[in-house]
Design a binder for this molecule. Structure first.
Ligand SMILES: Cc1cc2nc3c(=O)[nH]c(=O)nc-3n(C[C@H](O)[C@H](O)[C@H](O)COP(=O)(O)O)c2cc1C
Ligand SMILES: CCCCCCC(=O)C(=O)O
Length: 396
């Protein structure tokens, strides 16, 4: 089809150059209930929107004639060497985006020299993901009853996981109206109209029904619709942890020999308490705007948290869509960032290759931005590379 460099097809496929391109492509491929599950947020979406807007309030202070070649993107998180400062955040039920879900994501992370954080509510079990990969990835725990937490920790440890993140911003499930309107629940319901709408996405429907990776397999046996409904009931009963408290965190610290991070911290005071409970790191996160609406944007609270726990690794997630976002978070003190939805889009579009491509986009954008900034490496970043803007620099 190519003659002398011209593409003679009537309409060439639009190249997927950015995370936002992947988002649009993923949204076309997924039925409404899955689209809402992945892309939606809580209540008025104020925090979801704020996560993006916070990045647009920072600009750069570039330095010229610095003579640096090939910026260095490498860093370490939890003592693990990474080729780029971007990890894959825990995402439950990835099998809804693509049946290969967590296995595809962890493999893509490995191919790109980073790590995947496996959700407690993953579509593939702890053991299946460990057997399909060659590196020690990270495990995310929704702690509820002591017995289940102990069992999950033992399984993760025995499978080779050495870093665990405990998520603490889920006392109850956030109110996601988009999910409720489209039948995602809780509990999930499938009306005839929804079933018909799914048929507009035949590839997704065929693959999802065939492979049945739609339940939280660490918690529930089987992959059919009944198991999916059961996992949501389990979520209501267990994953939501209204009674969880700081003593439980200390108890988890005592029960886990590896590195332990707490995910879902939004104030300096809570970061200090986490460190006094023996945490090795904190993840500044509002769960991607899916839990408490009007919680602050993660980037806005990052500086106060970094200042409060200067000797602790601080990671950030929420709204990271561009390499320049990663650089801003690192300049404000994050060791690395995690991405949630961006890799779910990659999964929906192209399974393992799609996730790897999303990571490539981040790596290319980080490298180019560092070069344009005149910065030698991600390690060299600090607040002097940034300039605050009272009005957002773009619409984000
Ligand atoms: C579909 C979906 C499922 C998620 N499941 C989990 C989970 O099981 N455990 C968890 O700690 N966080 C979960 N999160 C939150 C992410 O780990 C992360 O905090 C958030 O996605 C970051 O925001 P971003 O999507 O803007 O990158 C989920 C997020 C999404 C989008
Ligand atoms: C039983 C499935 C629960 C998935 C929870 C995933 C999650 O944390 C989210 O934000 O959604």
């Amino acid at each position: 089809m190519h003659a002398f460099g011209f593409d003679l097809r009537p309409r060439a496929p639009r190249p997927l150059l950015t995370v936002d391109d992947y988002r649009r492509a993923a949204r076309r491929r997924l039925p409404a209930m899955v689209r809402e599950y992945i892309d939606g947020g809580a209540d008025d979406l104020a925090t979801l929107t704020a996560n993006r807007a916070a990045f647009a309030r920072w600009g750069f202070r570039p330095r010229v004639l610095t003579g640096h070649q090939s910026p260095d993107l490498a860093t370490t998180v939890a003592g693990v060497d990474l080729d780029l400062p971007v990890l894959l955040a825990p995402v439950g039920l990835t099998g809804l985006a693509h049946w290969q879900g967590d296995v595809a994501a962890a493999r893509a992370a490995e191919r790109r020299g980073t790590r995947h954080v496996l959700s407690t509510a993953s579509s593939w079990t702890i053991e299946e993901v460990a057997e399909s990969t060659t590196r020690a990835h990270f495990f995310q725990l929704y702690p509820h009853s002591g017995d289940t937490a102990t069992a999950l920790m033992a399984r993760a440890w025995n499978a080779g996981y050495r870093t665990m993140m405990v998520t603490v911003d889920y006392p109850v499930r956030g109110n996601r109206e988009g999910e409720r309107r489209t039948g995602m629940g809780p509990p999930p319901t499938l009306t005839p109209v929804q079933a018909l709408r799914m048929c507009r996405h035949p590839t997704w429907t065929y693959q999802t029904l065939r492979h049945r990776r739609i339940s939280a397999r660490n918690l529930v046996e089987g992959g059919g619709v009944a198991a999916a409904v059961e996992s949501v009931e389990i979520q209501e009963r267990h994953l939501s942890q209204a009674t969880l408290n700081w003593d439980d965190l200390t108890w988890l610290r005592d029960g886990w020999q590896g590195r332990l991070y707490v995910k879902g911290i939004l104030t300096a005071q809570d970061a200090e308490k986490a460190v006094s409970c023996g945490m090795d790191g904190v993840v500044v996160s509002n769960h991607g705007g899916r839990q408490l609406d009007f919680a602050p944007a993660a980037l806005d609270v990052l500086p106060e948290i970094v200042a409060a726990v200067p000797n602790t690794e601080v990671l950030l997630d929420g709204g990271v869509r561009r390499g320049s976002d990663v650089i801003k978070a690192l300049a404000l003190g994050a060791r690395a960032v995690l991405i949630g939805r961006p890799y779910a889009y990659g999964l929906a579009v192209g399974a393992e290759d799609g996730v790897a491509r999303v990571l490539d986009i981040f790596a290319e954008e980080i490298e180019r931005t560092l070069a344009l900034l005149g910065a030698p490496s991600v390690q060299a970043l600090d607040p002097t590379w940034l300039r605050p803007h009272p009005t957002p620099l773009n619409a984000g």
